[in-house]
Design a protein around this ligand. Structure first.
Ligand SMILES: Nc1nc2c(c(=O)[nH]1)N[C@H]1C(S)=C(S)[C@@H](COP(=O)(O)O)O[C@H]1N2
Ligand SMILES: [Mo]
Length: 308
């Protein structure tokens, strides 16, 4: 979060689109045996029959290789290439997510139950990092509301607090992260219930690689990337606005809302433009990252300079 500019990705780092397209045809089951052999390196592909989402962007997807080797996951190092190198120590089984607080039916969901809780969709979202880069990713998951409504929030529930897994043995670089761990995040209840808010278990038809937040994370496409907390172990419904990691670290630079907003600059850099990873030229950043039709009404009447 300290650096403003995103390096351009060398073309040698980019997975040929044909490989990805092969994988997708493999997933949809339309290939013969010969083609299956061609797709063999991708045979670990996990999810089939993914539902198409009405929220999909038609912009071209950022290559798999880029999305899985250019990451922010401070528990595994603060530079972008470190999570892909070091997150293999993360143990994602057994895994459970505790959902508690202001709810009628607190519950602990095993990860295998989470995978079956609701039909899995492919959601092709733009994702904009506060540092100035963006990506387009076909995530796999379903709306967070699916799990929240099952625990029956009480009338006192106004916010949702999230907590990541933290274990210094599995995450030895965590002590150099420079932020308090475990990583915590929060949403207002209406933001958490918004159909765009994705409980994410995969990308590109596969389970989540560890560096992208396995086995379960959020993806909130109208907010800066840091709101999309990885490797979740706890979800707590609460009556007051909960603390969030980057706000605790530097409240002057990172607010609770963190909606993508080209009109509110970060104190140390402009948010008016962004670089789509792989592109040479920057492009303008869109209000709410282009998702205003779905989310702007939640902020009607709010001063978004004050509530940044
Ligand atoms: N637990 C945890 N979650 C996290 C982070 C982190 O360091 N730790 N980084 C955040 C930031 S700053 C970004 S931009 C996104 C990056 O997600 P990606 O690596 O899948 O692109 O994860 C977010 N979630
Ligand atoms: Mo980020």
């Amino acid at each position: 979060m300290l650096i403003q500019t995103a390096p351009r990705i060398r073309s040698s780092e980019i997975t040929p689109r044909s490989v990805y397209l092969n994988r997708r045809r493999f997933l949809s089951g339309s290939l013969g045996l010969g083609a299956l052999a061609a797709a063999a390196p991708l045979a670990e592909a996990k999810f089939t029959n993914l539902k198409e989402s009405p929220f999909n962007t038609k912009e071209s997807e950022t290559p798999y290789k880029v999305v899985t080797t250019y990451n922010n996951y401070y528990e595994f190092g603060t530079s972008k290439d470190q999570p892909a190198k070091y997150a293999n120590t993360l143990q994602t089984r057994p895994w459970a997510v505790q959902v508690e607080g202001e709810v009628a039916k607190p519950q602990t969901f095993d990860i295998d139950a989470i995978l079956k809780l609701a039909p899995l969709e492919e959601r092709i979202y733009r994702h904009r990092c506060v540092e100035g880069w963006s990506i387009v990713v076909p995530w796999v998951g379903y709306s967070l509301s699916e799990i929240l409504r099952r625990v029956e929030p009480t009338s006192k529930a106004k916010f949702v607090a999230f907590q990541s897994f933290y274990n210094s043995k599995q995450m030895p670089l965590g002590r150099y992260a420079g932020i308090q761990l475990p990583y915590v995040e929060g949403l207002r209840l209406d933001e958490a219930m918004n159909p765009l808010t994705l409980l994410c278990v995969g990308l590109y038809g596969d389970i989540l690689p560890n560096q992208n937040g396995a086995p379960v994370r959020l993806v909130i496409p109208w907010k800066y990337g840091f709101k999309s907390i990885k490797s979740i172990v706890k979800i707590k419904l609460v009556d007051k606005q909960p603390p969030t990691t980057w706000n605790l670290d530097n409240a002057h630079e990172y607010g609770f809302y963190s909606n993508v907003n080209p009109q509110v600059d970060h104190p140390r850099w402009s948010q008016a433009t962004e670089r789509r990873l792989g592109d040479f030229f920057k492009r303008p950043t869109l209000m709410f990252n282009g998702y205003g039709d779905q989310v702007a009404s939640m902020y009607a009447g709010m001063d978004l300079r004050k509530y940044f």
